[in-house]
Design a protein around this ligand. Structure first.
Ligand SMILES: Nc1ncnc2c1ncn2[C@@H]1O[C@H](COP(=O)(O)OP(=O)(O)O)[C@@H](O)[C@H]1O
Ligand SMILES: [Mg+2]
Length: 476
């Protein structure tokens, strides 16, 4: 174990960008040049210019003077009040604009559906943006994407693009605790029926479960014997079986090994199994394919008795459609929500997982691969990790799914990047570098000791090891 003196401290190099912007705007709003402002404070123009550009970190007393001469103040605000204060400041500068339509928390015990409906002051957002053609973002995100969606739509005789009807068909077994039921009539009404699809013509009932994501997967029941079996209608299982990919080799093995590695690094991971596809009972014949290996993961949104735990992914948190999972928001945006809603520990765990993703070369940690769980139906916690795949062996040269401290590089991690990330998330930078260093050390150690790596094809194992060691060396 190394001592702490080897760890580089993360001191800010300049004021955060938004603060510098605000200072500049306040100065310009008064019609002052940098020289004029400087002269009021007894500072040279160069010093003002340095503070505004971020080249100079002012001393606290200089900053206070600067802020005050611009008719502002520095204030310590309890974290829980930050959204309320921000919204007051917004209203202060735009008094003519109506504040957003919202309902105060009338029912303090009301379960949370999604943080996207929580306003900046903690009330309920009721002025929702209308959507056309698609179901609103929260519900769109409950449906599978890609191949899995086409497959389930075909079995139910619904067109895959008709999210609304698909939701009606799959609504009894959705991710999390939401149940969607048609009010009246049949879900197939309304022109959504796909005559070419075939539908449930054979004796088997159509599959009526939904799991988000792209990879073909089924809900399965773990039998007392330890065997997995997919229920005839697909509903009610508390395990997820992820089948091999037709495009890339050894994906279930890769994901299994990466999740086991994460567990050894101290990241929360649900129980896992690697299973022979041939040994899974009840799999529809058409997906049985040629056998191979599947990954079974215990669901964290189902309890042993079968009850559901509500959850939402970060596309839902940000009110975005599934198509926007690779853009629009950054890892700092996720960290900012975690810090405000779940606290420091979860935020540090998130940073650990992002660092781990860079270490293993996982370019696919988009907004839907991060979720919040609501065990008490109201307060979010960060869910265990899922969908950790070392993707670089399949797509060399690929970059991170979301921006991390201003960049998307999978080549390494820098102190500047970490500081930038902390500033953007408005969280303290100082603890983060140590998390990166420790995560890298633990990953290297755990990788060397991990016996399951022999499940991987040899070239894949070599390539992952190279990536881990290369990234780890950048944190030294
Ligand atoms: N262990 C789990 N428990 C509950 N839900 C899960 C679990 N693992 C994944 N999910 C949910 O299922 C979705 C798809 O799973 P994921 O592993 O991401 O598959 P894919 O490779 O298709 O993206 C996730 O976005 C998440 O909502
Ligand atoms: Mg996924």
């Amino acid at each position: 174990m190394k001592t702490k003196k080897h760890i580089k401290p993360l001191r800010p190099k300049g004021l955060p960008e938004d603060m510098r912007r605000e200072l500049r705007e306040a100065r310009v709003g008064r019609g002052w040049s940098q020289r004029e402002l400087g002269s009021r404070l007894g500072l040279p123009q160069m010093h003002i210019s340095g503070i505004e550009s971020g080249k100079i970190v002012p001393r606290y007393d200089t900053l206070l003077e600067l802020v005050r001469i611009l008719d502002r103040d520095l204030l310590m605000v309890p974290r829980a009040l930050v959204p309320a204060v921000r919204s007051l400041i917004r209203d202060h500068f735009r008094p003519d604009q109506q504040s957003e339509s919202e309902e105060r928390a009338l029912y303090p015990q009301r379960p949370t559906l999604s943080l996207s409906f929580k306003s900046s002051t903690g009330g309920l957002v009721t002025a929702l943006r209308p959507v056309s053609f698609r179901v609103p973002p929260f519900f769109s995100n409950l449906l599978p994407e890609g191949h899995l969606r086409t497959y389930l739509a075909k079995l139910s005789g619904v067109k895959p693009e008709h999210g609304f009807f698909l939701l009606a068909v799959l609504g009894a077994d959705l991710p999390g605790a939401v149940v969607v039921r048609p009010l009246e009539g049949d879900a197939h009404d309304g022109g959504a029926h796909d005559a070419s699809a075939g539908g449930d013509h054979d004796d088997r009932p159509a599959m009526r479960f939904s799991l988000a994501g792209v990879q073909l997967k089924f809900s399965a029941v773990m039998e007392a014997s330890g065997g997995l079996s997919v229920p005839a209608d697909g509903m009610g299982g508390s395990w997820i079986v992820k089948l091999p990919s037709a495009r890339f080799p050894a994906v279930p093995e890769n994901e299994f090994v990466m999740l086991e590695l994460a567990r050894r690094v101290g990241i929360a991971v649900p129980p896992l199994r690697i299973v022979d596809v041939a040994n899974i009972k009840g799999l529809p014949t058409e997906v049985r394919t040629t056998g191979g290996t599947a990954l079974a993961v215990e669901r964290f949104d189902r309890l042993p008795g079968g009850d559901s735990v509500h959850m939402e992914d970060f596309a839902q948190v940000f009110g975005l459609f599934p198509d926007d999972k690779y853009g629009r928001r950054s890892y700092a945006n996720i960290a900012s929500v975690l810090w405000a809603e779940t606290g420091q520990e979860a935020t540090y765990e998130f940073v650990r997982r992002v660092v781990f993703s860079v270490l293993i070369g996982n370019a696919d940690m988009h907004l839907k691969n991060w979720s919040l769980l609501y065990p008490d139906r109201r307060t979010p916690v960060l869910s265990p990790a899922y969908d950790f795949v070392a993707t670089l062996p399949y797509l060399p040269g690929d970059t991170l799914a979301l921006t991390f401290g201003g960049g998307r590089s999978l080549a390494g991690i820098t102190t500047d990047q970490m500081r930038h990330f902390a500033d953007a998330a408005r969280i303290p930078a100082s603890p983060l570098w140590q998390i990166a260093v420790e995560t890298a050390e633990r990953t290297v150690g755990a990788w060397k000791a991990l016996e399951q790596t022999d499940l991987l094809p040899k070239d894949m194992r070599t390539s992952i090891e190279k990536q881990i060691l290369a990234v780890a060396s950048t944190t030294k």
